[in-house]
Design a protein around this ligand. Structure first.
Ligand SMILES: Cc1ncc(COP(=O)(O)O)c(C=O)c1O
Length: 363
């Protein structure tokens, strides 16, 4: 009975509508999906090449310790293998953190407009969720510090944040770490950090040496273009990582994902191209959306939060009818907003034309 209550209280994760589903439901030819913050540039050609070879290995279990990927991450981040955990998407790691560190009635702090998986995993552990304020859709670090009590166990912060796209300077995350007890785990989720310039991102090697209670989470689902393979990782103090590893299933990350991720990290050209495509697309989208008189928030990721000033559900539905999938945000308590992923230039233009059409019809 207790379990049933816990499960029924879970916030619902509603993903972006799959392209195939829209085709099936509305018979629409060639819809575009700007709903899940994937890389419109696709995977790295180097990943594709490795995948075609690794496919022959699928009869075998994968390396349960992701040996080669961990070494690749060590080279890039200057950390040791036992400071790394690889997950079936970074979502899995967020859940493992909850299993390992959060107990019933612990307090877990997260922003009022935070990634929905944080309240899901905290609820699974029967924790008390404490929401920090987000003025102008941005984390308020001082407010987070003020909310800390002797029951606080974990603080989750995505930087840049999803679904708002806003960021806080890394110096304010350092302030947070300096201000709180080292018994509190601070999870900095950098799913979108590759869209920042390098010195704005956390420095795993230095930061983890200084704060043993810091965990940095990253993913291959965004700029690396491997969302469908489900692979992400986290770095922390080796004792912390050891605890997070405990509830992990032995072969949680498949072999195709592991080898594609290694190759993706080697493909600097693909990363640079994807970064530039996002920059130019972001500029185009911001300019065009502002021209329409709509409110946007400063975004540092690969998506943009648009505030329509009234319920946005029918705009979302009208866009679907013309084959454009974006993300409604009622479950994030932002019913007036839609989150739009930056696509290719062709997709961005189709979105802008489509949005003008829809707004014209609805007015
Ligand atoms: C902030 C944030 N963290 C984590 C994830 C999960 O990514 P994945 O499980 O695909 O690695 C996402 C996905 O959208 C995200 O936005």
């Amino acid at each position: 009975m207790k379990t049933a209550n816990r499960i029924s209280g879970l916030p619902k994760y509603v993903g972006g509508k799959p392209i195939d589903e829209l085709q099936r439901e509305l018979g629409i030819d060639k819809p575009i999906k700007l709903a899940s913050n994937e890389n419109p540039n696709g995977p790295s050609p180097k990943s594709l090449e490795v995948l075609s070879k690794s496919i022959l290995d699928v009869a075998l279990y994968p390396d349960g310790d992701s040996y080669h990927l961990k070494r690749k991450i060590c080279d890039k981040e200057n950390v040791l293998p036992d400071q790394i955990i690889i997950g079936n998407g970074s979502n899995e790691i967020l859940e493992l953190i909850s299993h390992a560190f959060i107990e019933k009635d612990d307090e877990v702090i997260m922003g009022e407009y935070c990634f929905i998986v944080y309240p899901i995993v905290a609820t699974l552990s029967e924790a008390k969720i404490i929401r920090s304020q987000m003025p102008n859709m941005t984390h308020d670090i001082q407010n987070i510090i003020d909310l800390v009590t002797n029951k606080t166990k974990v603080i989750f912060i995505a930087n840049p944040n999803n679904p708002t796209g806003t960021k806080v300077p890394k110096a304010s995350i350092y302030d947070l770490l300096d201000s709180i007890s080292s018994n509190i785990l601070v999870v900095v989720d950098e799913a979108y950090c590759e869209y920042l310039v390098e010195n704005q991102r956390m420095n795993a090697s230095k930061d983890l040496a200084k704060w043993k209670n810091l965990v940095i989470v990253k993913t291959f689902s965004k700029i690396y273009g491997l969302a469908g393979l489900r692979i992400g990782f986290a770095m922390g103090d080796n004792e912390v990582v050891d605890k997070i590893q405990k509830p992990r299933e032995p072969f949680n990350v498949n072999s195709l994902a592991q080898s594609a991720a290694v190759a993706a990290m080697d493909d600097k050209e693909h990363l640079e191209k994807s970064f530039q495509l996002n920059n130019s697309g972001m500029l185009f989208m911001k300019t065009e959306i502002v021209k329409m008189g709509l409110k946007i928030y400063p975004s540092h990721a690969n998506f943009i939060l648009v505030d329509f000033g009234c319920a946005a559900r029918n705009i979302y539905e009208e866009l679907l009818k013309i084959g454009i999938i974006v993300r409604p945000l009622e479950n994030y308590n932002l019913p007036n907003c839609l989150r739009i992923t930056i696509g290719t230039q062709v997709e961005n233009e189709r979105f802008i034309i489509g949005l003008k059409e829809v707004l014209g019809v609805l007015r």
